[in-house]
Design a protein around this ligand. Sequence first.
Ligand code: PEP
Ligand code: MG
Length: 612
Amino acid sequence: MSSSTAPPRSVAPDSTIRGLVLRGIAASPGVTVGTALVLGDAKNAFRRKHIHLSRTEDEVKRLYEAVELARAQIVQVSESMQQTAGHEPAAILDAYVAMLTDPLLMARVEAKIRKDLMCAEWAVVASSDEILTLFARKANSPQADTYLLERRHDIEFVSDRLVRALTGHSDRRLENFTVPTVVIARDLSPADTAGMAKEPVLAFVTEIGTKTSHTAIMARALELPAVVGLNDALAMIRTGDTVIVDGLRGEVIVNPNDIAIEEALARSARHMAFSRDLLSSRNERAVTRCGVPVSLKANIELPAEAVLALDHGAEGIGLYRTEFIYIDRTAMPTEDEQYELYKSVVETMAPRPVTLRTFDIGGDKFVSTFQLPSEMNPALGLRAVRLALRRPDVFLTQLRAMVRASAHGDVRIMIPMIASLGELRDVRTLIARAQAEVDLAGHARAPHIPVGIMIEVPAAVMLADVFAQHADFFSVGTNDLVQYTLAVDRTNQSLAPLATAFHPAIIRMLALVQAAAEKHSRPVSLCGAMASDPIAALLLVGLGFRELSMESAAVPEIKAALSRFSVDECREVAGLALACDETSDIEEVLAVGFAVRIHDILTGASGERTFV
Ligand code: PEP
Ligand code: MG
């Protein structure tokens, strides 16, 4: 149910009716139907041969010529992307240039040429395979690390580029495309993805990658629907197959029946209509049918997403998950570096508010820069604010950067995983210190920065009345609140059906938090994945919420759903739901009360209805 929970990747149970339904990760929104083109793998497109001892120097020379060629190709793509897709995707490519001469890789490759007398292509592939095996062992451990997963991806990319340079394979795998095509590949490099903007490519599907992988970032920047992390893609899809790619739901249907195609085309048309509507209505506020405004903000993980948030009509950033700055790197981000990132988001969004959440690292968000201890139960361990308070040096660096960013717009600071008042007090003390240090250094800042807390631990719900007197605002994190209240690991796919926000315990907690906030006139938002579900959003309005934060792509749908109900109607359904003792009864109440009147939105945006 949560956007950060790993989605199922197996063949879905409804496969036989609609076609072969495969599930992966929704990486970039949009729905399309097209013909599959399965791309091969450069890794296997050469002959593995031994060289003669007398030829080793020539072979090493050939290797370094290939390094130069690959470098020149990447630099060229990077420069053209700087103009088309902006700085961030281009910066990723720049990192690959450096990696091309990484001693970890190159020393191995050279040794294989000189000692094992392998041809250069073979040496590159064998070396990268060895490194990938080392990474895989670590990445398959229970502490699987996004950083490691991404590094594996990077090594694969660089070795692929080198092999292409050595074999003379085309730099652009896509140049022979003549008809609109859905590209299916084990992986696509950022350069390949960028190249798609100019080709008749409708969408793409890859076997590896996550929502935060570089390829997914690029796809969103280029607005191409994409599903990544679909394990069985190459085994299940053949060139020439008709495929539906649903980048909203993370679903691919192979050889769909007519009904599935019709439905996908309708959903695609609605999605595009929503997008078009944005051009005219994105500056209009989201209001209920009776005219009550509901502030819809966006959750972002990367600064570049701020533009997407604006494009989708978000009224601000309700959650900036800053922990992503710490991922994918070997050294801690500096104060200046963070300041520049926060400032860019704040300036892009100004005068709209930006809620910067301090790093939520630990649990399932493992970051190698922190050298976290291995824990039996990481979700219950050194995570988020607990880690921040143990590492005041790192925390203060982030706080100073946030405080400085406040000089450029409406900045709010939000603290994750608060469970006791002492933690909030300690954080406030550090924020005061950060402000003093910023003043001392002569930097500008806003005179007052609201400090709020995430309500995502049951203890915070029970103490909401107390916290409301000490925090400037609340934002409910239902992804974790569900995990901790229902004792269901948010990363455990087999327990996913139990992790529902429509559990009676959860909706009663939401009512409690809202009441506490209202009593003390504190703004309260909800930024868990629940907010991006149209039915849940209506329920939340009925429970009294007037601010929701969600993935940018969900903003138009939620706006449309809200416009069809009055607050009184939402309140009535919420009252019925609150009186239920079982999830199934609540779902029934919501289906009758809400679903029937927004059926087009539900099916247009996410296919068959699945409750969060
Ligand atoms: C949540 O827990 O609901 C939330 C928004 O935070 P995250 O998903 O980043 O833990
Ligand atoms: Mg959380």
